[in-house]
Design a protein around this ligand. Structure first.
Ligand code: ADP
Ligand code: NI
Length: 205
């Protein structure tokens, strides 16, 4: 089942240049398994959800079609109903969505995969992914006159600049980690990002 899922997911992420390529999926999978072992989560659910976590993201795809395709895939590998439900719950609620999904993710497995995904959004790789994303979707790098938005109110797909994404989301993530293991790894990556933003602004002047 894992092998089949891997194939399905590779196809989906092929050619992505928004920071959501298959290498992102592999890093999240590996990190999720590390955290999941530590937290004694169900590792089949963790690994499948980590692999599939970005296949229903409305930023990357048409969400309605994506969910139908996913159901068809679950039929194809004859995945049991309880496992299907567990994975769907994770995929539905793990996204940040400007904070709008806060508190909705209930399972331990979901919290583990969410922490792994968030760890890939911060630190050196998080920085690189942010600029890939901004370039891909036509945002500029920085404009000191455009302030960060309150994403609970604003549309998160609205145009902005890459540096705002640090304030709107990335610098908040360390305090939103679900697991002790995740929190410990986030601390160092957070500090590196703080340094980066400070240096960036200094050079900008
Ligand atoms: P989530 O899975 O929590 O919804 P996203 O897919 O929105 O996360 O974000 C994953 C990564 O994509 C972010 O960590 C960031 O690198 C990049 N990204 C998303 N939105 C933006 C944005 N508006 N500007 C720059 N980068 C973004
Ligand atoms: Ni992701």
């Amino acid at each position: 089942m894992i092998k089949e899922t891997e194939k399905y997911v590779k196809d989906f992420h092929m050619g992505d240049s928004s920071g959501h390529d298959y290498a992102h999926i592999e890093r999240v999978r590996k990190m999720a398994l590390t955290i999941g072992r530590e937290e004694q989560a169900d590792l089949l659910i963790v690994e499948m959800a980590a692999l599939l976590h970005d296949t229903v993201d409305d930023k990357l795809t048409d969400e309605v079609t994506a969910w139908t395709k996913l159901e068809n895939f679950f039929d194809q590998i004859a995945l049991a109903e309880d496992k299907r439900d567990a994975i769907k719950h994770i995929l539905k609620y793990m996204s940040f969505k400007g904070g709008k999904n806060a508190g909705k993710l209930e399972s331990l497995e979901g919290k583990v995969v969410q922490d792994a995904d968030r760890l890939d959004a911060i630190g050196a790789i998080g920085i690189a992914r942010t600029f890939m994303y901004a370039g891909k979707f036509g945002d500029i790098m920085y404009d000191p006159l455009i302030p960060p938005r309150d994403l609970q109110q604003a549309d998160y797909r609205e145009k902005t600049h890459a540096i705002n994404h640090f304030y709107e989301k990335l610098l908040k993530l360390k305090d939103l980690m679900n697991t002790e293991t995740g929190r410990a790894i986030a601390a160092e990556r957070h500090e590196f990002m703080e340094q980066f933003v400070a240096q960036f602004k200094e050079e900008w002047q």
